[in-house]
Design a protein around this ligand. Structure first.
Ligand code: SF4
Length: 328
C-alpha cells in the first residue's frame, strides 16, 4: 500500500517558475511513489478573492492544463476540484465546532496576512477559518502525508490538533497527518522579491525563449559591478540564485567566472535564460498540444470527483456516526 498524499493549490492564473520548483516538480515525482490526491482549491481562492470570481473557472482550467503539461498523469494520481466534493463543507462545519478562536488567531500565517493584506479582505469568517477548511480537505481523504514548506507547518499542526481534539471527544476517527517537508529552492522574481503573479515579476512556464531572455535580462545583479571588468560578488546576485538551481553541477566555476570578471552580466544572463528555456521546452510543447482541447480539464476533474466523492462520503459518514449526528 502506498502512503496517501494530499495537496491543493489555489487557481490564480498561469503557473510560473516559482510554482514549478516550489511544488509542481515534487508533485510529479510523488505520483509514482505515493497515492496522490491533488486538488484545485477554488474555495480557498475565495478567502482573499471573494469579490471578483469572474476568472475562477478559467484559472481552474489553466491550472489543470498546466499540471498535465508538467507531467501529472490522471492515471497515476487523482486530480479534482475542491468545490466538486460536497462532503468537505459539512466536515468543515464539524471541525469548526471543536477548534477555538484562539487557536486560529495564533496561526502565524494569519497574523502575517493581517499585516500584509487589506483589513477589509481578511476580516472575514472565511479567512480566519481557512485552516479549518484545510483540515477538512486533508482529513476527508484520510491523507497520511501533506507536502509542505517550513512556513506551512503551523497550518498542518492545526489540522493535527483538530484531528486530536475530534478523536479525544468522539473516539478515534481521523489519522494525524504528517508533513512531507520539501527542500524547494527559493525562486526570486525579476525584481528580486519572491516570484509571484501579483508582483508581475514572474517567468510563466510557457513563456517563449525570447520572452524568457527579456525577463531574465531585467534581473538586478551585483550592484557593485558597474563595468564589464569589475569583479563580481555572486552571493548578492539574484541571477546567481537561479544559477544554483539550473547549473548546480558547475556552480563553483560560475562563481569563479563572476569573481574573476571572466564573464559579463549580459552574457551570464543569456546563458541562464537559454538553460531555463531548454528546461521548459517539453512543457511548452505539451502545453501547446493540449491548449485547444477545451474539454480536457473538465473530463479530468469529473473523473477525479467520481473517484474522491465516495471516499469523502465514507469519511463523512464515519464522522457523523462518531458525533451521533443524524441519529434518533
Ligand atoms: S556575472 Fe552573473 S553571477 Fe556575476 S553578477 Fe553578473 S549576472 Fe550575477
Amino acid at each position: 500500500m502506498k502512503n496517501r498524499v494530499v495537496s491543493g493549490y489555489r487557481p490564480s492564473g498561469r503557473l510560473h517558475l516559482g510554482h514549478y520548483h516550489g511544488n509542481l516538480k515534487n508533485m510529479v515525482e510523488l505520483q509514482s511513489t505515493h497515492e496522490c490526491f491533488f486538488f484545485v482549491a477554488d474555495w480557498h481562492a475565495l478567502t482573499t478573492g471573494y469579490k471578483d470570481t469572474s476568472q475562477l473557472g478559467a484559472y481552474t482550467t489553466e491550472m489543470v492544463l498546466d499540471w498535465l503539461a508538467a507531467g501529472l498523469d490522471p492515471n497515476a494520481c487523482t486530480i479534482y476540484r475542491q468545490s466538486d466534493i460536497g462532503s468537505i463543507p459539512e466536515l468543515t462545519l464539524y471541525f469548526g465546532m471543536v477548534i477555538t478562536l484562539g487557536e486560529l488567531e495564533r496561526c502565524p500565517t494569519y497574523k502575517e496576512q493581517l499585516r500584509e493584506l487589506d483589513a477589509r479582505v481578511v476580516n472575514t469568517f472565511g479567512f480566519l477559518g481557512y485552516p479549518v477548511l484545510q483540515a477538512a480537505d486533508i482529513l476527508i481523504v484520510d491523507a497520511e502525508l501533506v507536502p509542505v514548506g517550513e512556513d506551512q507547518l503551523p497550518h498542518l499542526e492545526l489540522t493535527r490538533e483538530i484531528a486530536r481534539d475530534f478523536n479525544s471527544l468522539y473516539g478515534r476517527t481521523f489519522p494525524e497527518p504528517k508533513g512531507l517537508l520539501s527542500s524547494a529552492p527559493k525562486i526570486p522574481g525579476t525584481d528580486g522579491r519572491k516570484m509571484s503573479k501579483s508582483y508581475e515579476n514572474a517567468i510563466v512556464l510557457d513563456d517563449s525563449p525570447d520572452v524568457i531572455r527579456k525577463k531574465v535580462r531585467k534581473y538586478i545583479t551585483d550592484p557593485a559591478r558597474m563595468r564589464r571588468d569589475d569583479k563580481g560578488h555572486p552571493e548578492v546576485c539574484t541571477i546567481f540564485q537561479l544559477y544554483r538551481v539550473y547549473f548546480a553541477d558547475t556552480i563553483d566555476s560560475v562563481a569563479n567566472e563572476c569573481e574573476g570578471a571572466l564573464v559579463g552580466c549580459t552574457e551570464c544572463k543569456d546563458r541562464l535564460a537559454e538553460r531555463i528555456a531548454a528546461d521548459l521546452a517539453p512543457f511548452r510543447e505539451r502545453r501547446a498540444q493540449i491548449a485547444g482541447d477545451t474539454a480536457l480539464a473538465g473530463k479530468v476533474l469529473a473523473a477525479g470527483a467520481e473517484k474522491v466523492s465516495p471516499i469523502a462520503s465514507e469519511t463523512l459518514t464515519r464522522a457523523r456516526k462518531a458525533m451521533k449526528i443524524g441519529t434518533l
